[in-house]
Design a protein around this ligand. Sequence first.
Ligand code: PLP
Length: 358
Amino acid sequence: MQFGPCATVDRNALRHNLAQVRRCAPTSRVMAVVKANAYGHGIVPVAKALISADAFGVARLGEALALREAGLGNPIVLLEGVFSVEELAAAAEHGLELVVHSFEQLDMLDAWQPTRRLHVWFKLDTGMNRLGFRLEHFGEAWARLTRSTAVAARPRLMTHLASADETTTAYTGGQIRRFRELADDIGLERSIANSAGLLAWPEARLEWVRPGLALYGISPFDDRWASDLGLQPAMTLATQLIAIRDVKAGETVGYGGAWRAERDTRVGIAAIGYGDGYPRHAVNGTPVRVRDKLVQLIGRVSMDMIALDLSAMSDAAVGDPVVLWGEGLPAEDVANYASTIPYELVCAVNQRVAMEYK
Ligand SMILES: *Cc1c(COP(=O)(O)O)cnc(C)c1O
């Protein structure tokens, strides 16, 4: 193992999670969402591991081009569509599929001299109020889309759920009902569900599902761990202990003296910090795994280091492996202590962290 922070991504876990998604939605095709550098896991190696996905979903043109440059020939969907006629031309050249969610995008399709017809996903806003045509504009927008000479036959219909992770809310049922009242009669392929949608809402599975987080082995729910869902964490973020010291009762540790020893305490310093993407808002008591034991973060997270309470580990030694999340410590748990969501934790792992694939 090399020195310093390293994120190890387990390809078998990725493939296992895709298989688990397919078991959960056996009649659906799977658009594997690999935007934001595959949620920090590395877009090209992740896409290669998930080559059996029916399509990839990305947010931006550059992400799609990275996949094409790596030789991936799967269908690729631009989940926010294109933002200029130039992007439209590039999308056509590289055989990308587009989400169309606005009248501006319909104007771009009209303004473009089509070189080939593009496969499109027509996005309806059923309550997220972010992207998509409002239901009262459906007739006009749909007529324009289907008339366009830039659009291939059989566009697909999609929407996005705002609160699918809250399994007791009535809001999601309303979104699914509004979408299906419109889409079911049209006889085209439909897609509603992200990870939480496909795991918790059977009526949302339909012809296509669009999992992101679940593929990385992380639970989208507050009250269920990935292991409850049969998912395996794909990323383990690890580093090592670089120093151990004894701190006397009453002394403080780290910037601002944000933690004070109540009794003589053995303190370990691990080589990772917010400069690597470890959350600075992680509070005293955030769990960290040293070898096979869970210990607690103490004091403020520095740019390159964190401090740990090793009182319960008299045998800990400099060089010992430290796991921040992944195997044996779900990112879901760490996110709770850092007032964030596991999505943000994995996305934040940055260039300074070595990536390894096994
Ligand atoms: C990011 C995204 C997804 C995947 O969401 P997860 O919660 O990670 O499963 C699905 N659909 C759209 C439109 C997205 O933007």
